[in-house]
Ligand binder design. Structure first.
Ligand SMILES: [Fe+2]
Length: 240
């Protein structure tokens, strides 16, 4: 089954879409306030009503900022981790105990940011809310798309793995961003969990990894940098 991959985002923040015989699967959205621009970019590819599923990799403001508007206007079904729900209801990035940044620069930059909030989201009754990997909504409908739980960046981090081409959309479970070192996410809620999720990705042996931030890269990068996660110390968030 040929699943076409599209990207209507940018190097800084990708907005990947997967074109399937059962409609389009949108991975994440963007920052609040950018829906008109988002619709323009999407509209150049496909009408909004072709979007059947919106897959949320985790409830951070740069991924969920347009979620409310997109779900309402497209009528698509949300696919999300159950731990995303209380976060989406708050419309604010969670800052649990122990959270920290992987570089001093990103800790400083984040303190300068005005807010990390977005319009709260209350999913419709038809949303597909996942409590474990035993639930595989796309496989169940005959699409070769597996949901992979990848906690660590956040507790609710999940990704999508295309089984036939072995491509992995990992959200922020890894990154290729200039402000984070060695394919790490800028922010981690739990370093040990983050490392275990890398072990899981390495065992999955994807042909290509598509992070939300930065260019796609090979799994060899995670193998190369994996040991840097052992005992990694984070930079505490600065007070705003
Ligand atoms: Fe994130």
């Amino acid at each position: 089954m040929h699943l076409r991959i599209h990207d209507i985002g940018s190097y800084m923040l990708h907005n990947y879409l997967i074109e399937t015989p059962q409609g389009w699967v949108v991975i994440d959205t963007g920052y609040a306030g950018a829906f008109d621009e988002y619709k323009k970019r999407l509209g150049a590819l496909a009408p909004l009503d072709l979007v059947k599923y919106v897959f949320l990799t985790h409830a951070h403001n740069d991924h969920a900022g347009l979620l409310n508007e997109l779900l309402k206007e497209s009528g698509a079904r949300l696919v999300a981790h159950e731990e995303s729900l209380p976060r989406l209801a708050c419309g604010e990035n969670a800052m649990p105990e122990g959270i920290g940044f992987t570089s001093r620069m990103s800790a400083t930059l984040s303190a300068m940011m005005k807010h990390a909030s977005y319009p709260p989201v209350t999913p419709n009754a038809d949303a597909l809310i996942l409590a474990s990997e035993a639930e595989q909504p796309f496989l169940a409908m005959g699409l070769p798309i597996r949901v992979v739980f990848l906690p660590g960046h956040t507790a609710d981090s999940i990704g999508l793995y295309l089984e036939e081409t072995r491509e992995l959309f990992c959200g922020d479970a890894a990154a290729n961003a200039v402000i984070a070192p060695a394919r790490q996410a800028v922010l981690m809620e739990d370093v040990a969990q983050f490392a275990r999720s890398w072990d899981k990705i390495i065992a999955l042996n994807p042909s290509r990894i598509y992070p939300s931030h930065g260019n796609p890269f090979a799994v060899d990068d995670l193998i190369k940098f994996r040991s840097k996660l052992d005992g990694l110390a984070l930079f505490a968030p600065k007070k705003r």
